[in-house]
Design a protein around this ligand. Structure first.
Ligand code: NAP
Length: 473
């Protein structure tokens, strides 16, 4: 069965992409395997030159590349172009830094003259020094990336740029609704001059993932997506003893303390919650607000939510597009109506926008409490859940009252206090007086049900390498 690209702004199918059969997947695995033998021998300078060429292609083709995402998943064109630009930046970041990060690291191993010494037998040799010891970072081989539709280019490139700069080969299984984006990425790599097979798109369904993961030539996998999909990939890789990185969901708190700059806090909150129509793992989802500033903050947020321009993703004036899938819209409607039925108060929105397509109005729910879907579940849409708390301690308790642990945003004028609170928040990223956003220079990832492992920065590139110890005696 083919993959269908449906425009979420109209509900119309506009493209069809053939699904690859097992023979085509096998052919691509062979190509990937052959490419690894060649690619692993290239120098950082050679890889970096290709990565820079890829970056300039992202820039020169920014508009057409962004339009594919706008049409397939409804991202407003201005935001989609910024995403393509960010892909160029991550290519350049690793082109500039991979060699330095992955340079062999010498370790001084002198002979131990004091402390515990082996008495005899098995441990003989412990404590003995070496003439030279160092750590080298070698590529693993083929890495499968299972990716979601919400940032259809950025999610892929934040895996692919470091993985390929480290000498690995990338295979992409992209989400069913953004196959056009997957094909565009493969073409960009080819046009940049990467060797055949270095980065390929596999147009397969989730049911085809297991066979790829069990292929002995595939050494590792990364998945960005839901808990269900992450658990499936991780369990197969567990049986095969293959490394995985998981970037899963989030229910990030946006904590507003009594001394926060409320104007700035409400201004940033709009983007933090509504970017990509709220379909972002690191979107602020639960607004944990100290009682004294609650009414003022909600009033400011409402004022700003009502100014958001919801409309055609290809119109440059649009600031929020539709939800990407009909199922996603249905989930949001269920979460809002069940939260209202359980006692939450509707401040604004709460309805589909009129006309065709999968649009939902920017929505604020106040009085949200534990036991409501808006508190307990990840809301993957434009819905801000406001939870009122008595003080800072309760704010931290509520912020941590989730199985997820991706990001957290914290607003207070007392930065020293904020840094102390940062240590108590169960998250992979804490943004003080700002929103959580990924950056090639900073590690990104979660804890708990948000996954494990890190992407980006020097931490990310070291996820898919063999940290190899070399001792010269
Ligand atoms: P999803 O259903 O898990 O889809 C993600 C990818 O996994 C798609 O390519 C999908 O393929 C594939 N997939 C689904 N089930 C699979 C299985 N059993 N085995 C192998 N592959 C499988 O995720 P989604 O609901 O579309 O995406 C939203 C989720 O991703 C949210 O929870 C969001 O928070 C999370 N996310 C996390 C991050 C992060 O960095 N932490 C970033 C973005 C999104 P098909 O499309 O063909 O089904």
């Amino acid at each position: 069965m083919s993959f269908l690209s449906t425009n979420p702004a109209t509900g119309e199918i506009f493209a069809e992409h053939p699904e690859m059969d097992t023979a085509e997947v096998a052919r691509r695995l062979d190509l990937a395997d052959r490419a690894f033998e060649e690619w692993r021998e290239t120098s950082f300078a050679e890889r970096g030159a290709l990565m820079r060429r890829l970056a300039s292609l992202f820039r020169s083709k920014k508009r057409p590349v962004a339009e594919i995402a706008s049409r397939e998943m409804g991202r407003p064109i201005v935001a989609a172009m910024a995403e393509v630009e960010k892909c160029a930046l991550v290519c350049e970041y690793y082109a500039d830094n991979a060699e330095k990060i992955l340079a062999p690291a010498p370790v001084d191993v002198p002979t131990l003259r004091s402390g515990p010494r082996p008495s005899s037998g098995k441990d003989e040799g412990v404590g003995a020094g070496s003439a030279e010891s160092y750590v080298r970072f070698d590529p693993l081989g083929i890495v499968l990336a299972v990716m979601p539709w919400n940032f259809a280019y950025w999610q892929v490139m934040r895996f692919a740029a470091p993985a390929l700069m480290a000498g690995n080969i990338g295979l992409l299984k992209h989400a069913s609704n953004v196959q056009g984006c997957g094909i565009a990425l493969e073409e960009l790599f080819r046009e940049a001059g990467f060797p055949t097979g270095a980065f390929q798109n596999l147009a397969i369904r989730p049911s085809g993932v297991e066979a790829v993961l069990r292929d002995r030539r595939v050494r590792a996998a990364t998945l960005t997506g839901s808990e269900r999909a992450g658990a499936s990939v991780a369990s197969i890789c567990g049986q095969e003893i293959k490394k995985t990185v998981l970037e899963l969901g989030g229910s990030d708190p946006y904590i507003v303390l009594g001394d926060a700059d409320l104007e700035a806090c409400a201004r940033v909150a709009v983007d933090a919650r509504l970017q990509n129509a709220g379909q972002s793992c690191i979107a602020a989802k639960r607004f944990v607000v100290v009682g004294a500033v609650h009414d003022r903050f909600v009033a400011l947020l409402k004022e700003r939510f009502e100014k958001v321009v919801v409309g055609d993703p290809l119109d440059e004036k649009t600031t929020m597009g539709p939800l990407s899938t009909e199922g996603g819209l249905a989930d949001i409607e269920r979460q809002v109506s069940a939260s209202l039925a359980a006692g939450a108060k509707l401040v604004c929105g709460g309805v589909r926008a009129p006309g065709p397509g999968w649009f939902y109005e920017p929505t604020i729910l106040d009085g949200v409490k534990k036991g409501m879907p808006a508190y307990d579940e990840e809301t993957f849409g434009p819905v801000a859940a406001v939870i009122s708390v008595a003080d800072e301690d309760e704010a931290i308790m509520v912020a941590n009252d989730t199985e997820f642990g991706l990001g957290a945003s914290l607003w207070t004028k007392d930065v020293a206090k904020a840094k102390r609170i940062a240590g108590r928040l169960n998250a992979g990223f804490v943004a003080i007086n700002g929103m959580v956003r990924s950056d090639p220079r900073l590690p990104f990832g979660g804890i708990g049900k948000s996954g494990y492992g890190r992407e980006l920065s020097d931490y990310g590139i070291k996820e898919f390498v063999n940290i190899k110890t070399v001792v010269v005696n």
